[in-house]
Design a protein around this ligand. Structure first.
Ligand code: NAD
Length: 733
């Protein structure tokens, strides 16, 4: 069995079918490219073939490139990986260009064979770049299909001609959403955007009919025809000039220079627009090689694609435990978190019993789903039927008896040991003996909470982030006695609601909050030293964080920070390290500046909650330092506060798998995605330099930057985290 096969019929049509054996979705491999090449050569050389239809043997066309191909190209090139990548990419261009020119005489543009793409469903990445090289694209009228070029989301860009072809087809402005944001659209939208040609009931039949009637002129791409002008104007055209200036500013404004791929993409587009098509492809290949050679792209692919997918597919699920999919879920507490948990679960088709202390509170929790669905209807994303079905899954009640028959409980009542113990007991009285019980606590040890249960092996932490429906990560926490079935249940549930899980051991603040808190505290500390809050936020943004920590504190609220500090102090007693960060947070709280919710915080706000600028009061209280600190120091303090905590979490066994540490950091708190996560970041710095930098920061700013013994040892042995802890994933990138 091969990925691509060719059949020829009596009408003279060769059908090339893409059907990866043993996979539910086609992905392009190096071997498959060679097979496609051979099929095309066969069809073009065979005089009995009049035209070609390229289609899929699956319900979709293709999900994209197997990203291991890129790693292989690099590895095979030995000591000149850039050359290996460039040559491999140029080979891909040669194949797609062969399809595009289809044997025609380039001068007369005659004698080519029509080649059409017939797509039954989703076509992403190379799955769309291949059709873009054909002469006409027919797509099934399948609203579930998604078409687009999502490469930018994993730190690369469409490098198999997709960038050059889409820009020449749509113009730079119209192509920008697809290229720079990785926008995926359904077939009708793809047609109106001009990416594909026709949406039909039977794309293969339509493609065949077209192939039989296509003329020489139908095969000539606009950019191969005389007098071609780029839609919207090339850079030397007044309108094009405006587009490119704007795009450059927009990309730099959005990425703050932290992400290499968008910048390289823009260069490829700009430079490519100034030259003939084949030279543009070469330029695209050079910039693509440039991006692939940047360690950021390998790290992003590894974390955001390979490792994320591995975790979603159960990489850390205990072996040998039968499917634990949830059928009936009990949610205790219908507040902000409980309401969100009910919503995402009901959306996944799970029956939900939503309990609160009063009927009114329970109903309010259910109304959250209703409001969410109504918004979806307004935006055309949800149908009335779907709304009815989802709401029909949620029973809002105060009656614990309704929990009978639940196979999973998630408790999300007040963050109070006593209240949590009380509801645990009430639920245990009615739920089946084998029901798994989870708490959504953010700070209380799971092992302690499990004491309220007579089955601590069935007790676990399932920690969501707010807002539940938007945040992609769920942190699963194993208490000391949590059993394997509880872990499997939590993982199967997270899979049902289509989020990404990480599994960690029980310790204060688990993994994510454990790293976020020192980061926020470091930011506060820097401000108390007389550094402008703006500088701190900008430093974080230049590191690739979507918002700076000062602004984030305003968003999550200052009293929450104060509450966490007080609770931690109470729990740690004398071991609690005094910090100037607390002075600032408590002072802000005293001033009643609680953040955006009180329309006053580190920022001033207007009545509608719009930020007006940083509040002068902070500078009055903590006067500006005589000399600003070096920006690199501010950046490194913010970064090291997080990554050293991640290393300590690994040292202490809170984290068992660095992949979880990396994926979790990016999804939970937006940790510099370009870096691939804290461990990938440290690998990029190199353990030796990282340890040296720890020493410098420790000398200048204090012992919280002391180099963790593990990192020191790795520095001495010349090791990296991925080599030492995950050699397979290290290779994949
Ligand atoms: P919330 O105050 O919005 O909701 C708590 C709900 O529990 C309220 O509706 C309350 O009426 C209900 N409740 C209290 N006592 C009850 C009882 N005895 N029986 C039934 N219902 C009762 O709080 P929240 O922000 O949704 O947080 C809930 C839990 O989730 C806490 O443990 C919190 O630490 C955790 N958490 C919160 C966040 C967050 O960002 N807010 C994130 C992760 C985890």
């Amino acid at each position: 069995m091969t990925d691509f096969s060719i059949t020829k019929d009596a009408e003279g049509i060769a059908t090339i079918t893409w059907d990866c054996p043993g996979k539910s979705m086609n992905v392009m491999s190096g071997e498959a490219l060679l097979q496609l090449d051979a099929c095309i050569d066969d069809a073009l050389a065979d005089a009995s073939v009049k035209g070609v239809v390229i289609t899929s043997g699956k319900k979709d066309f293709a999900g994209g490139m197997d990203l291991n191909v890129l790693a292989d190209m690099r590895a095979q090139a030995g000591d000149n990986p850039a050359q290996g990548l460039f040559d491999g990419i140029m080979q891909m261009h040669a194949l797609l260009r062969k399809i595009e020119l289809a044997g025609m005489d380039f001068k007369t543009k005659k004698g080519g064979k029509p080649i059409a793409a017939a797509l039954p469903g989703t076509a992403a990445g190379i799955g769309l770049e291949l059709p873009l090289a054909t002469h006409r694209i027919f797509v099934a009228d399948n609203p579930k299909a998604k078409l687009g070029l999502p490469e930018i989301l994993v730190g690369i860009f469409p490098g198999a001609g997709g960038t050059t072809r889409l820009v020449r087809k749509l113009g730079a402005m119209a192509a920008s959403g697809f290229l720079l944001e990785g926008k995926m659209v359904d077939p009708k939208k793809a047609k109106s955007a001009g990416i594909i040609d026709e949406v039909v009931a039977d794309p293969v039949a339509a493609a065949r009919a077209w192939v039989l009637t296509a003329t020489d002129a139908d095969l000539v791409k606009p950019w191969d025809a005389k007098g071609y002008k780029m839609p919207g104007g090339a850079p030397y055209h007044p309108a094009g000039f405006m587009t490119f200036v704007g795009a450059s500013a927009m990309v730099n404004g959005k990425t703050k220079g932290a992400f290499p791929a968008p910048k390289a993409l823009l260069s490829a587009v700009y430079e490519g627009a100034l030259v003939p098509f084949d030279t543009a492809l070469k330029i695209e290949a050079r910039w693509f090689t440039h991006v692939l050679m940047n360690p950021s792209s390998a790290a992003m692919i590894r974390s955001l694609f390979l490792n994320k997918e591995a975790l979603e597919k159960g990489a850390v699920r205990p072996q040998g435990i039968a499917d634990q999919s949830v059928k009936k879920l009990g949610v205790l507490g219908a507040g902000m978190m409980g309401a969100g948990i009910a919503l995402v679960s009901a959306m996944a088709g799970i029956e939900v019993v939503l309990i609160d202390a009063t009927q009114e509170a329970a109903e309010k929790g259910r109304a959250y789903s209703e409001a969410y669905l109504d918004k979806g209807i307004k935006r055309g994303r949800v149908t009335a039927d779907k709304k009815a079905a989802v709401l029909g899954q949620i029973t809002a009640t105060t009656d614990y008896a309704a929990l009978a028959g639940c196979d999973l409980i998630i408790e999300a009542v007040f963050e109070d040991m006593g209240v949590k113990a009380e509801v645990t007991k009430k639920a245990l009285a009615v739920i089946p003996a084998d029901c798994i019980y989870a708490s959504n606590t953010s700070t209380l040890p799971i092992t302690d909470l499990a004491k309220a249960s007579d089955k601590p092996d069935q007790f676990i932490g399932i920690h969501f982030f707010s807002p539940v429906e938007r945040m992609l990560l769920v942190e699963i926490i194993k208490g000391k006695e949590t059993g394997a079935r509880a872990v499997a249940k939590a993982l199967d549930y997270v899979r049902q609601i289509r989020k990404t899980p990480i599994v960690v051991n029980d310790a204060r603040f688990f993994y994510c909050n454990r790293c976020i808190i020192p980061y926020m505290n470091e930011a506060m500390r820097i401000v108390t030293e007389g550094t402008p809050a703006a500088m701190v936020d900008h430093a974080a943004q230049q590191l690739g964080f979507p918002v700076g920590p000062i602004q984030l504190t305003d968003e999550t609220s200052i009293d929450l920070g104060a509450k966490i500090a007080r609770a931690t102090k109470a729990a740690m007693g004398n071991a609690y390290p005094a910090s100037p960060a607390d002075d600032l947070i408590f002072w802000m709280e005293e001033q009643g500046r609680l953040g955006r919710k009180s329309k006053a915080g580190f920022f001033d706000y207007d009545e509608t909650g719009k930020r007006l600028g940083y509040w002068q009061g902070v500078t009055d209280k903590f006067p500006a330092a005589q000399q600003l600190p070096a920006l690199q120091d501010v950046k490194d303090r913010l970064m090291f506060a997080q990554v050293l905590e991640a290393v300590r979490a690994l040292e202490e066994g809170v984290l068992e798998d660095i992949r979880e540490g990396d994926v979790g950091a990016i999804l939970a708190w937006g940790f510099a995605p370009w870096s691939g996560g804290p461990f990938a970041y440290l690998d990029m710095l190199g353990a030796e330099y990282a340890a040296e930098r720890c020493d410098q920061l420790q000398a200048a700013y204090g012992d919280r930057f002391a180099c963790p013994p593990l990192l020191r040892e790795m520095a001495e042995n010349g090791e990296s985290f991925y080599q030492r802890f995950n050699p397979n994933a290290a290779q994949a990138a």
